[in-house]
Design a protein around this ligand. Structure first.
Ligand code: LLP
Length: 436
């Protein structure tokens, strides 16, 4: 239950959000009523200036080498934006790799992740010459050993590989999004790292360029990352002690992503800068190149979803159900993780929100709840534009067509312009893969 019934807290809004004189929100100089009218609802809106600002902060905090974890929100425009701002792109499947390359991102700027990369995906990564492949298992190393010799003539230095370490660190976050604990499908155990290093050193056409680990997602306590970087530095010392032809020019240690963001008025998250400073304070500068790959912290707060209210159903003595024209298909996070969100009405951003309602979607199941205990202004009614802020990460990227509900369009707004970056699906799209 939300503690207060005040207006939505402005730190949950994108940085270029402004409340107009009539009370309507505009983002990037574009009013939300105009956006809804032009593109329809539901609609994902991203403040492009906010996205760029976060990329720039990541770059100045972590330095070159920092990557955008594209799983948080991926489309050609986003890949292009992150690349233009100087970030590398973390891709975790052949599909994400394809989108990045299709957007014109040079493959050398890609970091290829995944705990079960197929031979085809690895072959494609070698063909492209991706910046690095983050090896997650010995089976993957065996697949790489088969592929690498075919590419020896192509690149003098060989294909860069990093090793993903399972750090055995438990971050305090949801069970499904923590990844660093010992019992995890990700990475190689610390005790097997030297064996993996020796295997790579003995392989042709590849070289070890660094190590990676990721302890989880939506982490508010940046001190969890101190333990992780200490572990990586200790391992790097051991690895560099192994004699190797040519030695190591520069060795990358990537702490992964995971920085949390505020979804609720009473939450405050550390900045990307605080995160980087905390990690970097642990180690003394050396040949080690410390990097990270934030996803959520880059895109979450930049994005919001505009819905139309379709039904307000009051069940006396029980509760009021307020149904919107989207739901678990465009934001599965509440259902999957019990994630909390807030909402407000676009035409009265600064209104008191004293009316308790349950915001639900239009899908055919009772679990289709977006906000179990929302607060909205007393006068909320049918046809109002309801806005859920902080939906920029893992919303569109995990969207589905459940109930054959078309996925919404996505627009980037900036300096008074709205640019469509993903078109909304049509009804015909609902059968475009069908074979009959
Ligand atoms: N690097 C690796 C290897 C990862 O697995 C992830 C996220 C990231 C970076 C980016 O983490 P971020 O900075 O976004 O926390 N669907 C869940 C989140 C899953 C995160 C999976 N890995 C959610 O909606 O909360």
């Amino acid at each position: 239950m939300l503690a207060n019934s005040g207006p939505i807290s402005h730190h949950l809004l994108p940085m270029n959000a402004v409340v107009e004189e009539d009370g309507m929100l505009s983002v990037g100089g574009v009013r939300l009523d105009y956006l809804a009218h032009t593109f329809g609802t539901p609609l994902f809106v991203y403040d492009e200036g906010h996205l760029r600002n976060r990329c720039r902060e990541a770059l100045s905090a972590w330095g070159t080498g920092v990557a955008y974890a594209s799983k948080a929100f991926m489309c050609k425009a986003m890949a292009r934006l992150a690349y233009d701002e100087g970030m590398r792109i973390d891709v975790a499947s052949g599909g994400e790799m394809h989108v990045a390359v299709s957007a014109g991102v040079p493959p050398s700027r890609l970091i290829f992740h995944g705990n079960n990369k197929s031979e085809q995906e690895l072959l494609r990564a070698f063909e492209y010459g991706v910046g690095s492949i983050v090896v997650d298992s010995f089976d993957e190393l065996r697949r790489i050993a088969k592929i690498a010799p075919q590419f020896i003539d192509r690149r003098a230095s060989g294909q860069a590989l990093m090793l993903r370490i399972n750090p055995g660190i438990e971050a305090h976050t949801h069970e499904f999004v923590k990844t660093g604990q010992v019992d995890s499908k990700f990475g190689l155990s610390i005790s097997s790292i030297m064996e993996a290093v020796r295997a790579i050193n003995g392989m042709e056409g590849v070289f070890l360029s660094g190590m990676h680990s990721h302890i989880g997602s939506q982490i508010f306590n940046v001190h969890h990352f101190e333990e992780e970087i200490r572990m990586l530095v200790d391992l790097a010392d051991d690895i560099m002690a192994i004699p190797k032809e040519g030695g190591y020019d520069e060795f990358e240690l990537c702490v992964g992503g995971g920085l949390g963001v505020a979804y609720l008025s009473d939450e405050r998250a550390p900045s990307i800068t605080e995160w980087a400073e905390t990690v970097k304070a642990v180690i003394t500068p050396s040949r080690l190149h410390i990097t990270a790959e934030p996803g959520r912290a880059i895109v979450a707060t930049a994005g919001m979803t505009i819905y139309s209210v379709g039904t307000v159903k009051d069940i006396p003595g029980v509760r009021t159900y307020l149904s919107v024209d989207g739901g678990m298909s465009d934001n599965p996070r509440p259902v999957l993780y019990g994630s909390g969100y807030e909402a407000f009405i676009a035409r009265e951003v600064n209104a008191e929100r004293s009316r308790p309602v349950r915001v639900v979607g239009k899908h055919c199941e009772s679990g289709d709840i977006l906000i179990a205990d929302a607060r909205l202004p007393e006068d909320v009614s049918v046809d109002d534009l309801l806005v859920v802020p902080v939906t920029g990460a893992y919303g569109y990227s995990m969207a589905s067509n459940y109930n054959k509900v078309p996925r919404p369009p996505v627009v980037f707004v900036s300096s008074g312009d709205a640019r469509l970056v993903i078109r909304g699906e049509s009804l015909d799209d609902m059968c475009r893969l069908d074979v009959l």
